[in-house]
Design a protein around this ligand. Structure first.
Ligand SMILES: *[C@@H]1O[C@H](CO)[C@@H](O)[C@H](O)[C@H]1NC(C)=O
Ligand SMILES: *[C@@H]1O[C@H](CO)[C@@H](O)[C@H](O)[C@H]1NC(C)=O
Ligand SMILES: *[C@@H]1O[C@H](CO)[C@@H](O)[C@H](O)[C@H]1NC(C)=O
Length: 452
């Protein structure tokens, strides 16, 4: 009989995965539910904005009577303290974890759970984390004001450098200078030796559950990263040292110097490598298709079913495959009447990975359009239904829903087009300006459409 703690942990993991909170993710190996990895995406309007912070959470048999152990992994190998309460060693100081003196009622109880722990950690990532440190809560000495601003400034730099760029470069096998890294070269050698992955033990394969998620999110937030770099550049000079905070110790600090020019160069390389993946997916997909591989056949079948379903339901949109390749779908999307998209004609491209659905499709609007859910490069911010990740029709429905959504609730996690987002969520006259620009781009789409 499975013990109670396993049942409870499994249920909590499912709930978080099904939940639509776009800033939290959790995963574990099937064989090891007690060792969970968690990802927290840094909140909007903080120096942690859209950073990828990873944690391990270890549960033992006493859970939920006892709290789990939580360790921060995103520490630049133990060298970076990202927050007064998140140490370079990985220690996370929180009263509900029993690692921080707390007020009554803040300590652990079985009513808490993994999600409340992650939300508590996320709330440490505030717009002024200097105040998390006891004794500095209501600091208003001039020197403290200066420290607060300096602290925010260095956290923003290290969020970009460590939590975003180091992670992405590792995923993509890039060295910071943009060349393939040593580990990427050895991985390529291994592929040449044709190691059969099936023969490898689960634990010898790196467990990187957030790789695809972070790539997708990187594409969502790319313009925000660039904006943060521009802001940093305007505030500090390259080569300037980080200032030390009064609460930082010698081996528990955030040290280094600013180099935003370097960050800008690196982030552009990462974007280039991600864009190049799509061409590789298409080429590898075409080979899979020639071999009639399982995923090629599956996508081909789904394609035929989608065409049938569109016909049956009188959906106006068209779908076709690029060069007959089931890994590249082209959707012609007609803006629905009586909406802001009325009269528009748009081309949407869906790229599928040879590892679909483990790697989720990348979806781009090829037609230029000014829309708060579409990034400058056309990346569409939509939420696939977690339990239908392998179902392309469900993806298409979610894409259409994102484009057509009326009166969405404010959600800064969908901030993929900073300019459109600011207008959309601004004052009434800003919303009007947004609508005008959207309408203009919709009219333009008709004139520009290739076959029109
Ligand atoms: C958590 O850490 C404490 C102290 O290091 C240790 O005694 C305990 O066994 C750990 N619990 C788990 C679930 O790993
Ligand atoms: C920024 O980083 C690059 C690459 O490491 C280096 O060549 C350059 O000297 C750095 N700039 C400053 C001002 O430190
Ligand atoms: C910056 O830090 C380095 C070592 O961390 C030190 O050698 C250098 O003197 C510092 N520069 C300034 C301007 O404080």
């Amino acid at each position: 009989m499975a013990d109670q703690s396993i049942i409870r942990i499994t249920k909590e993991l499912c709930d978080i995965q099904k939940d639509s909170d776009l800033s939290l993710a959790v995963a574990c190996r099937d064989s090891d539910v007690r060792n969970v990895k968690a990802l927290i995406i840094g909140p909007h309007e903080t120096p942690y904005e859209f950073g990828f912070f990873e944690f391990t959470v270890k549960f033992n048999k006493d859970y939920p009577r006892k709290s789990p152990n939580v360790t921060a992994i995103t520490t630049n190998a133990g060298r970076c303290r990202f927050n007064p309460n998140i140490y370079a060693s990985g220690k996370v100081c929180l009263s509900i974890l029993g690692t921080w003196r707390g007020e009554r009622g803040e300590e652990w109880s079985a009513a808490q759970g993994l999600e409340s722990i992650l939300l508590s950690i996320q709330s440490l990532m505030s717009s002024n984390p200097y105040e998390n440190e006891p004794g500095f809560e209501d600091a208003n000495e001039a020197s403290d004001k200066k420290n607060q601003a300096d602290y925010v400034q260095k956290i923003r730099h290290e969020t970009l450098r460590i939590s975003v760029m180091q992670r992405m470069e590792e995923y993509l096998g890039l060295a910071p200078d943009g060349t393939p890294s040593a580990s990427a070269k050895s991985a390529a050698d291994q592929e040449d030796n044709d190691i059969d992955m099936q023969d490898l033990d689960e634990t010898s394969v790196p467990f990187e559950p957030f790789k695809d998620l972070c790539k997708q999110r990187f594409l969502w937030y790319y313009d925000s990263y660039l904006a943060a770099i521009q802001k940093g550049k305007s505030e500090v000079k390259d080569g300037q040292n980080f200032s030390r905070m009064p609460f930082e110790g010698s081996s528990n600090a955030m040290e280094g110097k600013f180099n935003y020019s370097e960050l800008e160069r690196r982030i552009r390389n990462i974007k280039k490598a991600l864009d190049a993946e799509l061409e590789m997916w298409a080429a590898d997909g075409a080979k899979e298709n020639a071999k009639e591989g399982t995923i090629a056949v599956n996508l081909q079948n789904q394609y035929e079913q989608v065409i049938e379903a569109f016909k049956a339901d009188d959906v106006p949109h068209h779908v076709q495959l690029e060069n007959g390749n089931p890994f590249v779908w082209i959707i012609t999307y007609f803006g629905p009447p009586m909406t802001n998209l009325d009269g528009g004609l748009f081309r949407i491209k869906m790229h599928f990975s040879p590892r679909f659905p483990e790697e989720q499709p990348r979806v781009r609007m090829e037609t230029k359009i000014f829309h708060h859910r579409i990034a400058a490069d056309g990346t569409i911010c939509y939420f696939p239904n977690y339990s239908k990740r392998e179902d392309v029709r469900s993806h298409i429905a979610s894409i259409v829903a994102a484009l057509e959504e009326e009166d969405p609730a404010y959600d800064p996690r969908t901030l993929v087009n900073p300019e459109a987002h600011t207008l959309y969520w601004g004052k009434p006259e800003d919303r009007k300006a947004y609508n005008r620009r959207l309408r203009r781009s919709v009219q333009q789409s008709m004139e520009d459409f290739p076959e029109a």
